[in-house]
Design a binder for this molecule. Structure first.
Ligand SMILES: [Zn+2]
Length: 276
């Protein structure tokens, strides 16, 4: 089973009332896994079962805005997840869930639970209270404290990064595009036309090109590409991966392709400015 199939299986288990209380999800791509996990949570809670990628219902909208009271996402505060963050989670989930049948939490980079926060988390996992489901995400199971690991259901979400780049007819244009937009000082939007739209106008072609662009960044997140020779840190690469995932979700709807491409470039430039 691939990562998405494994997560869909959790949806199935949920409906069969066989879902465990806490899952520890190991993945080779935490941004993709997080994104897919959010979709899983929508599938579990959406009154339309997230059919046709529901973005209309109240629940899905609240999840998109990170404003659903019964979903808490814990990210590390610097290098650690702090005890206060776990205590806050515990306190907020001592109340009955609002809008959904369960309170659900996600802990990103569970390996950053250590010392006091790990002990607090451990107690919370052992005595979670009613109607609480937890997902811990990590890129390395071995770095998660064994006492926590042993109390979780473990599931690995491995994403295949396509290696046969020479076989992909879109590889050259994808590479040219990345080089241009990463090295340009300003006016990156023109590369949408100069490199892609002048040659390709079909939605399917453009979608395939952007999938290949995503593939190249995914590869970069694992190993540096000598052909590209870009000095991007993992935070910068993850920002691009997230923008590309959003782009590919949007292009699957009927949104205007050129506008989406311009939006991609503008948001990429904004994220570049932030990181400098
Ligand atoms: Zn929905």
């Amino acid at each position: 089973m691939n990562a998405v199939e494994k997560l869909d299986n959790l949806v199935k288990l949920y409906h069969e009332e066989r879902l465990a209380h806490v899952y520890l999800l190991e993945t080779n791509n935490i941004s993709l896994a997080f994104k897919d996990l959010i979709t899983t949570i929508k599938k579990i809670n959406c009154p339309n079962e997230y059919a046709e990628k529901c973005d209309k219902c109240n629940i899905c909208n609240l999840i998109n805005q990170e404003a659903l009271p019964s979903l808490i996402i814990v990210n590390a505060d610097g290098n650690n997840i702090k005890k206060e963050q776990v205590l806050d989670l515990k306190r907020r989930f001592s109340f009955k869930p609002i809008y959904t049948p369960n309170n659900i939490y996600i802990i990103n980079n569970a390996e950053k639970l250590n010392g006091a926060s790990a002990n607090t988390m451990l107690k919370f996992i052992e005595e979670p209270g009613e109607n609480i489901i937890g997902f811990l995400l990590t890129t390395n199971l071995n770095n998660v404290i064994p006492t926590i690991k042993s109390r979780c259901e473990i599931c690995s979400l491995i994403y295949n990064i396509e290696e046969n780049k020479e076989d992909n007819p879109y590889y050259a244009v994808a590479l040219e595009y990345i080089k241009a937009i990463e090295l340009a000082k300003d006016d990156k939007i023109m590369y949408n036309r100069n490199i892609i739209l002048n040659k390709y106008s079909e939605r399917n072609d453009i979608e395939a090109i952007f999938k290949e662009i995503l593939n190249i960044y995914l590869r970069l997140s694992v190993l540096q590409d000598e052909e590209l020779n870009l000095k991007l840190d993992s935070l910068a690469i993850n920002k691009r991966i997230n923008l590309l995932i959003t782009f590919l979700e949007d292009i699957a709807t009927n949104a205007n392709v050129e506008l989406l491409m311009d939006k991609f470039i503008i948001e990429l430039s904004d994220s570049k400015n932030e990181s400098i």
